[in-house]
Design a binder for this molecule. Structure first.
Ligand SMILES: Cc1cc2nc3c(=O)[nH]c(=O)nc-3n(C[C@H](O)[C@H](O)[C@H](O)COP(=O)(O)OP(=O)(O)OC[C@H]3O[C@@H](n4cnc5c(N)ncnc54)[C@H](O)[C@@H]3O)c2cc1C
Length: 459
C-alpha cells in the first residue's frame, strides 16, 4: 500500500492558531496534502483573544494620555473627552472577523482543507473530528498538535467570579473599578489598559514585584511609572476571597484589605490546551513544566505526532510559534536542516504604559556570566517638555567588559517595542558597544540615546 492509499493527508494539523496555520500553509506550499481542524476561532489565541485585541485596546488606552498631552501643544478639545466601551469592543470584533476571513482565505488558497471541528488523536496516524455533524476519522502520515494554551485560574473562595483573559475583551459593561490578579506580562498590560481607559485599577500580586525574569531595574522603573499613571499596585498579597455585592464584587486580600470592584481579571497563568486530545492514550505526557516534550525535530514520544508553539518549552510568543512552524516544515517536508532557533536573543515587548522593550540578557543574568559594563539613562522625553507629563523613559545597555559585545538592551518608554526590534538585530548579530557608538543617531528621537550612551553607569 502506498502512503497515498494509506493516508488521507501527509500532514493533519490540530489547531488553526499562529503555529498551526503557518505549518499547514508552508507544508502545502511544499506539495504536501494538508488538512487542519479548528474548533473555535481561526488565527488562534493571538488573533482572537491575545496580541491583536490586546494591542488595539492598548492603543485605545494611550489616547487618554494623548488628550491630556495635547493641551500643551495648543489643542483645545470642545469638552472633556469621553470613552465608549461598546464602540471599542464592537470595532475590535469587526477587525477580528476580518482577520478570521483572511486566515480562511490563506488556508484555502494554499490548498489546505479546513475542518470546523474539535479533534482528538486516537493513534499514531489517526485523528477523530467531532462537530454537530457527527464524527469523522482521518488518517494522516504526520499529525501536528498545535492547540496552544488556555488560561488557568487558581481555586480560592469566589474564584468563579473572576474572569480570564479570554473573556475580558468582551465585557458587557465597562468596569469603572477593575482589579487584576497576577504579575506576568498579561496582568501588567491589562492593568495599564483599563487604567488608561478610565477604570480605577488595582493590581494584586503575591510576589515582591511583578514581571519576574525581566531586568530588575526595568521592573522597578515600570512599577514607578505605572503607579505615577494611577494604577494602584498591591504587592506581597493575594486574593483571599471574592463575594458578589449588588452587581459588584467585594474582594478581600490576604493582608486584610478589602476592595469593591466591578470586574476581577485573573491573569494567573496558562496551561497546555490538551484536554480531551487523547495524547495520554498514546503515551504522550506533559513534563514537570506542563509542556509536551519534543526533540529537535518537534517529534513527541510518538514520532509521527509533532507539537509546537505554546504547547512545548520556550517563550509563549506568536513569533516563536511561527518560527517553529517554519523549522518543522523545513525538517519534515523540505528535508533540510535549519539552523536552530536562537532563544537567547528573542526580543519582546510588554505593552504596559509606558511600553517595555527588551532583548538579550538582563543586568542580573549578565553579571552571573562575568564582568560587565552598564550604560543607562533615564530622562523626560522631548514631547513631555510641552505636554507637561512627568512620564520618564529608561534605556540601558548591558555590555560584556572583556569582549565589548552588547549582551542586552532594555527600554521602558514610548514605542519601546518598535525601537527594540531594530536594536535586536544588532544584539542578535553580536555587535559591540563600539559598533553602537559608531552608529550615527537620528535626531531628535528618543531612540538615538541607544547610540549616544558614552559613560559607564556601573560595573
Ligand atoms: C492576552 C494575551 C496576549 C498576548 N499577547 C502577545 C503579544 O503581544 N505578542 C506575542 O508574541 N504573543 C502574545 N501572546 C501569546 C500568543 O498569543 C501565543 O504565543 C500564540 O498564539 C501561540 O500560538 P500557538 O499556535 O501555539 O497556539 P494558539 O494560537 O493558541 O492556537 C491554538 C488553536 O488550537 C485550537 N484548538 C485547541 N484545541 C483544539 C482541538 N482539540 N481541536 C481543534 N482545535 C483546537 C484553539 O481553538 C486555537 O485556535 C498573548 C497571549 C495572550 C493570552
Amino acid at each position: 500500500m502506498t502512503d497515498a492509499e494509506r493516508y488521507d493527508y501527509d500532514l493533519f494539523v490540530i489547531g488553526a492558531g499562529s503555529g498551526g496555520v503557518r505549518a499547514a500553509r508552508t507544508a502545502a506550499a511544499e506539495g504536501a496534502k494538508v488538512g487542519i481542524a479548528e474548533d473555535r476561532y481561526l488565527g488562534g489565541t493571538c488573533v482572537n483573544v491575545g496580541c491583536v485585541p490586546k494591542k488595539l485596546y492598548s492603543y485605545a488606552a494611550h489616547f487618554h494620555d494623548s488628550f491630556d498631552d495635547a493641551a500643551g501643544f495648543g489643542w483645545q478639545l470642545p469638552g472633556p473627552a469621553t470613552f465608549d466601551w461598546a464602540t471599542l469592543r464592537e470595532n475590535k470584533t469587526g477587525e477580528i472577523k476580518r482577520l478570521n476571513g483572511i486566515y480562511q482565505r490563506l488556508l484555502e488558497s494554499a490548498g489546505v482543507t479546513l475542518y470546523n471541528a474539535r479533534a482528538s488523536v486516537v493513534d499514531a496516524h489517526t485523528v477523530v473530528l467531532h462537530n454537530d455533524a457527527g464524527e469523522q476519522q482521518i488518517h494522516a502520515k504526520k499529525i501536528l498538535v498545535a492547540t496552544g494554551g488556555w488560561p488557568w485560574i487558581p481555586d480560592f473562595p469566589g474564584s468563579e467570579y473572576a474572569i480570564d483573559s479570554n473573556r475580558v475583551f468582551d465585557l458587557e459593561t465597562f468596569p469603572e473599578r477593575f482589579l487584576v490578579l497576577g504579575g506576568g506580562y498579561i496582568a501588567v498590560e491589562f492593568a495599564s489598559i483599563f487604567n488608561g481607559l478610565g477604570s480605577e485599577t488595582e493590581l494584586i500580586y503575591r510576589g515582591e514585584l511583578f514581571l519576574r525574569g525581566f531586568d530588575q531595574e526595568v521592573r522597578e522603573f515600570t512599577r514607578d511609572e505605572m503607579a505615577r499613571k494611577g494604577v494602584n499596585l498591591h504587592f506581597n498579597t493575594n486574593i483571599a476571597q471574592i463575594e458578589p455585592s449588588n452587581g459588584a464584587y467585594w474582594v478581600t486580600l490576604t493582608d486584610g484589605k478589602t476592595l469593591e470592584v466591578d470586574a476581577v481579571l485573573a491573569a494567573t497563568g496558562r496551561h497546555a490546551n490538551i484536554e480531551g486530545l487523547g495524547l495520554d492514550t498514546l503515551g504522550i505526557r506533559l513534563d514537570e513544566q506542563g509542556k509536551i516534550p519534543v526533540n529537535e525535530r518537534f517529534e513527541t514520544a510518538v514520532p509521527s505526532v509533532l507539537a509546537l508553539g505554546d504547547l512545548i518549552a520556550g517563550p509563549e510568543l506568536t513569533p516563536i510559534a511561527l518560527a517553529e512552524a517554519m523549522q518543522l516544515v523545513d525538517i519534515h517536508f523540505k528535508h533540510t536542516t535549519p539552523a536552530p532557533l536562537d532563544y537567547a536573543t528573542i526580543p519582546t515587548a510588554v505593552f504596559c504604559h509606558p511600553n517595555i522593550g527588551t532583548v538579550g540578557l538582563s543586568e542580573e543574568q549578565a553579571r552571573e556570566r562575568g564582568d560587565i559594563r552598564v550604560y543607562r539613562t533615564d530622562f523626560r522625553a522631548m514631547k513631555h517638555t510641552l505636554s507637561g507629563s512627568q512620564e520618564r523613559t529608561l534605556m540601558k545597555l548591558v555590555v560584556d567588559d572583556a569582549t565589548d559585545v552588547v549582551l542586552g538592551a532594555h527600554m521602558v518608554g514610548d514605542e519601546a517595542g518598535e525601537i527594540m526590534q531594530g536594536i535586536a538585530i544588532a544584539v542578535r548579530a553580536g555587535l559591540t558597544k563600539t559598533d553602537f557608538d559608531r552608529t550615527v543617531g537620528i535626531h531628535p528621537t528618543g531612540a538615538e540615546e541607544f547610540v549616544t550612551l558614552r559613560s559607564v553607569s556601573r560595573r
